[in-house]
Design a binder for this molecule. Structure first.
Ligand code: PLP
Length: 433
């Protein structure tokens, strides 16, 4: 008999908290089986892509200097193109983060006089400065590229009439954010994105449709690029890096779009031919290999969290039973104490920096204080167990990641223990009002 209880006890988790979690987990087995099936499907997809691209031991060696004829880099891009079923891909450690990948895709495919349209409301915070919604040096706006936005309808649906009106002869590119990010709108399913793209292409077939795929990769068995997206863009320190990639971003899509991005990343004329991979290729390959099961672990953690906190009486987005299209879980605690205790619990479950206590701080770019919990092997990696929340109404915390499900489970149980110890949750698991 394996004594799990005792193991959790070493982390200060009480019998009652452990049992409360166990009962919820027992009720989730059927859903977890479904997630495992998606992971299995995607695992085979990745292995097949690596086989088809003839990944060899030599691909794991890196280049230095200019990086001409970097077999591993060029082959990895073939693997990504096969996984996303696109003509080409740009997958580089020189792409520093998700925002950089998105900025690159936009800036390289738009020209002065063009217009960019977001038909799904406000984009991710960091893109506001890229686009020039908030003034910034080097924004699209400074280069004479205009921007339009159509809000989602109150029920989260697309405002098709609004989108039809917004599309015009200047519209060159449409950006669609798959994940809700840190908003409360629902995350879009790949099928919904497909419908939106068909609608747009029905009106203006020449418009480039780009999907911000951050946090969405491998959550479903298909990707937006299989539903008409001309480019899918994301970060390697989220889902597709599988927790191992130490840096990087990707753009997979139509050959001409990817070529534009490569010319912008390096230089006109040089494009994909340069860019040494240095020593990072093994972790990019192995991370992609692990990504389907790592994403599944994070997804299970998010569902477990939703079920724990909904049962206690807090509002959760997505709710306990909703289908999932990204790995982010929002829990609204309604008090600063709740947000802080939750983040303390996540931090205390970390393998790295478990002994530090997260505290609210004045983070640049935010008007309220923000608290963050992260003890990651890769700094800032949000496919690893992490949480953050602004110390402002409605006092919601955003939780994501977990490279393994046992780690995500430990994290959630630690948060619950902390909330109970601090009286935010009563001893019989009710919301303290
Ligand atoms: C994380 C994220 C980004 C930006 O990625 P960074 O790596 O943080 O720059 C953009 N869009 C969405 C939806 C994201 O989740």
């Amino acid at each position: 008999m394996i004594n799990l209880r005792e193991q959790y006890g070493q982390f200060g988790i009480s019998e009652t908290v452990y049992q409360f979690g166990k009962e919820i987990l027992d009720s989730l087995q059927e859903r977890f089986t479904q997630i495992d099936l998606v992971a299995e499907y995607n695992q085979l997809k990745v292995i097949r892509a690596m086989q088809t691209a003839n990944v060899s031991e030599a691909c794991l060696l890196g280049t230095t200097g200019y990086g001409y004829n970097d077999l591993g880099r060029d082959t990895l891009e073939k693997v990504y193109a096969a996984v996303f079923q696109t003509e080409d891909a740009l997958v580089r450690p020189q792409i520093t983060c998700g925002t950089h990948a998105l900025a690159l895709a936009l800036m390289s495919n738009l020209r002065p006089g063009d217009e960019l349209l977001s038909p799904v409301g406000k984009p991710y915070d960091t893109l506001e400065e890229v686009i020039g919604i908030r003034p910034s040096k080097g924004s699209l706006r400074e280069y004479g590229i205009s921007y339009r936005q159509v809000e989602l309808l109150p029920d989260g649906g697309f405002d098709y009439e609004g989108i039809r009106t917004a599309l015009n002869e200047k519209t060159k590119l449409v950006t669609i954010q798959r994940s809700k990010g840190y908003q409360t709108r629902p995350t879009l399913s790949v099928a919904q994105i497909g419908e939106l793209i068909s609608f747009i292409k029905g009106i203006r077939p020449e418009v480039i449709c780009m999907v911000d795929n951050c946090y969405g990769e491998f959550v479903e068995t298909i990707e937006p690029s299989q539903m008409g997206a001309d480019m899918v863009v994301g970060s390697l320190i989220k889902n597709p890096g599988g927790g191992l990639a130490p840096i990087g971003g990707y753009i997979a899509g139509r050959k001409d779009c990817v070529e534009n991005a490569a010319y912008r990343l390096t230089s006109p004329g040089l494009g994909k031919e340069v860019g040494a991979s240095l020593g990072v290729l093994p972790s990019l390959y192995q991370g992609l290999f692990l990504a389907p099961t790592v994403t599944a672990s994070a997804l299970k953690g998010a569902i477990f969290a939703a079920n724990v906190y909904e049962k206690i009486g807090f509002s959760v987005v997505p709710d306990a039973s909703q289908s999932r299209h990204d790995i982010i879980q929002a829990v609204t605690f309604g008090s600063p104490e709740g947000v802080i205790a939750f983040c303390e619990g996540i931090q205390a479950a970390a393998s790295v920096d478990s002994f530090v206590t997260p505290e609210p701080w004045d983070m640049p770019g935010y008007d309220s204080q923000v608290i963050m919990a992260a003890g990651a092997f890769v700094s800032g990696s949000s496919i690893e167990l992490s949480a953050d929340g602004p110390i402002a109404p409605p006092y919601a915390v955003y939780f994501q990641g977990g490279l393994t499900f046992p780690h995500a489970k430990l994290g959630i149980l630690m948060t619950l223990q902390r909330l109970r110890d601090k009286g935010v949750v009563t001893s019989d698991f009710k919301r303290q009002v």
